[in-house]
Design a protein around this ligand. Structure first.
Ligand code: FES
Length: 144
């Protein structure tokens, strides 16, 4: 194998690896749970983020009284974001793909902090304050 063939082979291998990685990441099923509302808070057991002795990056949390689910992203043990999965463009429900939220209606994308990263949406997502008690994550719906 000469130098040109080696570089070509390595380039194809790198492209294949990165493509497969992206495909596999998009195939990971979304972790969705139901959670109760108590005292104006959506109450999520902190243990809900534990799976196979590792922490999940995020959960999609539903309650029958909420029109849209809430995406809860875990940055660290004490730092979470909680975002309403309603597109700020025209109100379609968003889908979570890891740390990215995507609207299937017109293609807008949002970050795990709720900022619009790709249009047509320009406004951020509605977010909720996150607090903690001994064993739970409390998503305050009072400002909602
Ligand atoms: S409703 Fe989400 S991009 Fe239009």
């Amino acid at each position: 194998m000469n130098r040109k063939q080696f570089i070509k082979t390595c380039g194809i291998a790198c492209l294949g690896t990165s493509t497969m990685s992206a495909l596999l990441q998009s195939c990971v099923p979304t972790q969705s749970i139901m959670a109760p509302i108590s005292g104006g808070n959506l109450v999520i057991a902190q243990s809900s983020f534990l799976k196979n002795e590792a922490f999940l990056k995020y959960l999609v949390v539903r309650n029958e009284n909420l029109q849209y689910p809430i995406y809860v992203f875990r940055f660290s043990e004490t730092n979470y974001s909680a975002l309403y999965l309603r597109c700020s463009h025209q109100g379609n429900e968003l889908n979570a793909y890891g740390d990215k939220l995507v609207c299937s209606a017109h293609g807008s994308e949002f970050s795990n902090t709720g900022q619009a990263t790709s249009g047509p949406a320009t406004e951020p997502l509605r977010s909720f304050p996150v607090q903690f008690d001994n064993q739970n994550i409390l998503i305050s719906l009072k400002k909602a």
